[in-house]
Design a protein around this ligand. Structure first.
Ligand SMILES: [Zn+2]
Length: 101
């Protein structure tokens, strides 16, 4: 038996350059019933399966790979954090700063 979730193809703008068109697969989330056998009988719990987006294309405009676009889409980050950025973020997160002198 094969269970096929609904499978739509959708198009988004590249999160990096905003110009390229990226094809994505959109797998709709659904509710899945899970039956577990316990001593007193059977118990069915519903389990929510989230929507999934799968990037299919590299950007033809700026050349970002689908892996990069996928990550940007999932994390909302469109640029790679530089070393400076990371330090700055740590500082903003309240890392104790020692003031000397
Ligand atoms: Zn792009």
């Amino acid at each position: 038996m094969v269970g096929l979730a609904r499978h739509d193809e959708t198009e988004i703008e590249c999160p990096f350059c905003g110009k390229g068109k990226i094809r994505m697969y959109h797998k709709e989330g659904y509710l899945q019933g899970k039956t577990s056998r316990i001593a007193a009988g059977a118990k069915t719990t519903l389990h929510r399966v989230d929507d999934k987006y799968i990037v299919r294309d590299n950007c033809s405009n700026c050349g970002k790979t689908k892996e990069e676009i996928q990550r940007a889409f999932e994390t909302g980050e469109t640029k790679q954090a530089t070393h400076e950025d990371r330090l700055k973020r740590l500082r903003e997160a309240g890392l104790p700063e020692r003031v000397e002198g």
